[in-house]
Design a protein around this ligand. Structure first.
Ligand SMILES: *Cc1c(COP(=O)(O)O)cnc(C)c1O
Length: 421
């Protein structure tokens, strides 16, 4: 559920009509709903009620400071995957003890910054990383709390580019080698084992792969405790999928996901951490774009819009589907017809949808792409010297630009021409 509804035939973000925002900030732009972000975070909190837990928002999904502050204010922790994200989390006021640090390529500088600023735990992904962290922590005279990310060799049954829990993926250490790696962690100075971490992929639309992974982690908890390790936290990752179409998709609900977690950890007396990103932010955002031209082709009509693949790369990168709707609804009874929705970038891959049935649209009409709040703005680039598009946050009838569109001069002036050119 989200808070983007038609009122009087006009699509609103909470209480604000989208045409009003478009007139103010220009298109294209991203718009996020505070009520939806809040609701999605709360769904996870409610689903885990009864077990000690921390919901660490996976901020790579959408890391705007205003979004982070909104969630942090509700008590969310953050899952960060880079030194930059760690800095963003701190800048949004998230205390170190609510930040977990994931990622296969943490640098020593990342480790140092997190140890200095405070960190709940590092989710260590390999032995070389573990040894580096031991050295960094020791050299600073401190101790790094760690979990080891295990790779359960489970098929998440999602898009291959976002599956992370199979043995051929670069993430984590195989469950079969976990005892060995934990034994080394216990021997190394400067490290304190606090738990186990797992994350098998993104946009999972079934619970079964989670269950397979979590049961392996529960079993491993018993084994590692018997080996003498203090396994007190289980970080169960993120990845719960969202509906990208309103019609035929029904991914599992957070309540059922929470119930599954409770079943898997029953009797273990652990604190549970989860790292949802997409489910919190995805359907809390739209991309709003204008039709520049209607180009009537040979047997195919193109709607050329002012958003492009550099603004939202998911369709060209993952073949992703986004629901698209006119911001101003057509009169009742107007028939839909198929359009290709394309952007202005000079690549055929700059296609958002092919043969999508829409009510007729014309130049100047506004269109909304749904489910664009996660992995949208954060994956944008300035390809074709297209400015990063503004992000707007709504709360009730409050509207604020939370990242402005840069001017051409600002973009150009970032380049430096050496005097010897
Ligand atoms: C990407 C990622 C997540 C979030 O995945 P979603 O599908 O957005 O919920 C959580 N944890 C880790 C380690 C990740 O890399």
């Amino acid at each position: 559920m989200d808070h983007f509804l038609y009122k009087g035939g006009i699509l609103h973000a909470e209480d604000v009509p989208l045409p009003q925002i478009a007139a103010k900030v220009g298109t294209p732009f991203y718009i996020y709903s505070t009520a939806t972000l809040t609701r999605h975070y709360q769904l996870f909190k409610d689903a885990l009620d009864g077990v000690p837990n921390l919901v660490c928002y996976a901020m790579k999904a959408n890391s705007n400071q205003a979004v982070l502050k909104t969630l942090a204010g509700l008590g969310a922790g953050m899952d960060v995957v880079s030194g930059g994200e760690y800095a963003r989390a701190k800048a949004a006021g998230v205390p170190g003890e609510r930040i977990v640090f994931a990622g296969v390529g943490k640098t020593r500088a990342d480790m140092r910054a997190a140890l200095e600023g405070g960190i709940r735990q590092f989710n260590v992904e390999s032995e070389p990383e573990m040894r580096a962290l031991s050295e960094v922590a020791t050299s600073m005279g401190t101790t790094a709390p760690i979990t080891i990310r295990v790779n359960p060799d489970v098929d998440a049954r999602t898009h291959e580019k976002i599956a992370t829990g199979k043995s051929e993926n670069k993430f984590g250490v195989p469950v079969a080698r976990a005892r060995e790696v934990y034994a080394e962690a216990a021997r190394l100075p400067g490290l304190e084992v606090v738990g186990i971490d797992v994350h098998i992929g993104s946009q999972l639309v079934e619970l079964a792969p989670f269950e397979q992974a979590y049961l392996k982690v529960a079993e491993l908890t018993r084994v590692l405790r018997a080996d003498g390790h203090d396994i007190r936290r289980l970080d169960l990752g993120g990845g719960l999928g969202i509906p990208y179409t309103r019609s035929n998709e029904a991914p599992p609900l957070p309540t059922d996901y929470g119930a599954l977690i409770k079943r898997c950890v029953a009797g273990l007396d652990v604190e549970v951490e989860i790292e949802p990103g997409r489910l919190i932010a995805g359907n809390a955002g739209l991309l709003v774009t204008s039709v520049i031209y209607l180009k009537e082709g040979e047997g195919r009509d193109f709607l050329i819009v002012d958003a492009a693949m550099n603004d939202l790369i998911r369709p060209s990168m993952y073949g992703a589907y986004h629901d698209m709707e006119p911001v101003v609804q057509a009169a009742p009874g107007v028939a839909r017809q198929p359009f290709d929705i394309v952007g202005p970038v000079c690549e055929s891959g700059d296609t958002f949808a092919k043969q999508r049935d829409l009510t007729p649209m014309r130049a100047g009409d506004l269109m909304a792409f749904r489910s664009a709040g996660a992995y949208g703005a954060v994956m944008a680039s300035e390809y074709n010297t297209r400015p990063l598009i503004p992000e707007v946050l709504v709360k009730g009838d409050h509207v604020a630009v939370i990242r402005p569109r840069p001017t051409f001069d600002e973009m150009i002036n970032r380049d430096i021409v050496p005097e010897w050119v």
